[in-house]
Write a protein that binds this ligand. Structure first.
Ligand SMILES: Nc1ncnc2c1ncn2[C@@H]1O[C@H](COP(=O)(O)OP(=O)(O)OP(=O)(O)O)[C@@H](O)[C@H]1O
Ligand SMILES: [Mg+2]
Length: 360
């Protein structure tokens, strides 16, 4: 059982606080992805779990035991970095065996573990090669192998795939997920790539500026973003946001053009006649019949992506810009007027000031 808990953890560098009290319970065997923009504190959180950074305040536990003062080597954790730095003069075998050797593990046990890891990672035929004789993906697998042989309680990954090209990243992503399903070791994986996060994580921890914005499964954060930040961060192209007014009975919002869209997930009487932020994902608009539709989009330009089409345009008196995604190939001239419907179940509403989600 290697569950990991962060309880109200703070981190300051000098006088600057960069992590402002975050909490998260990671279950045994879970694959958690920490996702957020550059500089939000992802690596710092990971390094605190590893013991490479001192915690300013709060508590981190592994298997229920507080590890705040435990040295990295005593935490039974293995970490894979973006820059995986293999020893260039050692063979693949020796690179993988090295950590065990300095721990004075018997040779036969080292042999057994390296062979097993090599088999899982399909590196058996490369064991006698030097790192420079390997591709980027193979090197990354050796770095992974170095961690696997230690049979740690927890794996930590800090953007391990960001040095690889796009195709290799996709392949390694699948391999990582398979590896996790084979080994079942509790994993915390840091990335700023939302596709990586959505495909790898059992749950995501979405961070911004040293705060946790939301913790949830990939589907939860997509379907029910807890804040406007999460709503805008998850999904590509990004969610559209409009400033809209709530009706005086709190049961609908008025979009530019005058149409009222019902608020399906509960009335907002406390927001009657107030402005809120309305979010709609590009993929949730539907083309309507001519002269009908909740809104009319004036087409600016169209991007045909192959499988689908992005239409960028504007609408309403203030020419709010809007992007929609259609799941087939369509061509429209500039200035075409497209009537659109918005399914009421696909509306997201957020407080204009705090950015917190409103309604269900
Ligand atoms: N040793 C340090 N001394 C002072 N400030 C630091 C130190 N390490 C990190 N920081 C600051 O803490 C904040 C969080 O940094 P961190 O490296 O955790 O971000 P990150 O989310 O991993 O970003 P990236 O995606 O760019 O790797 C940043 O503002 C950074 O400048
Ligand atoms: Mg980082």
């Amino acid at each position: 059982m290697a569950n990991v808990s962060l309880n109200n953890v703070y981190k300051s560098f000098g006088k600057t606080e960069v992590i402002h009290g975050i909490s998260c319970d990671i279950k045994d065997g879970e694959f958690i992805v920490i996702l957020g923009p550059s500089g939000c504190g992802k690596s710092t959180v990971l390094r605190m779990i590893a013991g490479l950074e001192v915690i300013t305040e709060g508590e981190i536990t592994i298997e229920g035991k507080v590890v705040n003062r435990l040295e990295p080597a005593d935490r039974d954790i293995a970490m894979v970095f973006q820059n995986y730095a293999l020893y260039p003069h050692m063979t693949v075998y020796k690179n993988m065996a090295y950590g065990l050797k300095i721990r004075r593990m018997p040779k036969s046990e080292i042999e057994k573990r390296v062979q097993k890891a090599a088999e899982i990672l399909e590196l058996t035929e490369f064991l006698e090669r030097k790192p420079r004789q390997l591709s980027g993906g193979q090197r990354q697998r050796v770095a992974m192998g170095r961690c696997i042989v230690r049979e740690p309680k927890v794996f930590l990954f800090d953007e391990p795939l960001s040095n690889l090209d796009a195709k290799l990243r996709v392949q390694m992503r699948l391999e990582l997920r398979n590896l996790h399903e084979t080994l079942g070791i509790t994993s915390v994986y840091v990335t700023h790539d939302q596709v990586e996060a959505m495909t790898l994580g059992d749950r995501l921890v979405i961070m911004d500026d040293g705060y946790v914005e939301q913790i949830g499964t990939p589907l939860e954060v997509y379907e029910r973003p807890a804040t406007r930040f999460v709503a805008g961060f998850i999904g590509s192209p990004a969610m559209n946001f409009l400033n809209v007014r709530v009706s005086s009975d709190g049961a609908s919002v008025e979009i530019p053009g005058g149409v009222h869209l019902p608020i399906e997930n509960g009335n907002l009487p406390e927001y009657a006649d107030k402005e809120v932020a309305l979010g709609i994902r590009p993929e949730h608009f539907e083309l309507a019949e001519e002269q009908q539709g909740d809104m009319s989009l004036n087409v600016d330009h169209v991007e045909v992506l192959g499988a689908d089409t992005l239409v960028h345009g504007h609408f309403g008196e203030d020419k709010s810009s809007l992007t929609i995604r259609l799941s087939d190939i369509q061509h429209f001239e500039k200035n075409t007027i497209l009537p659109l419907n918005v399914p009421p179940s696909k509306l997201h509403l957020f407080d204009s000031q705090s950015g917190t989600r409103l309604g269900k």
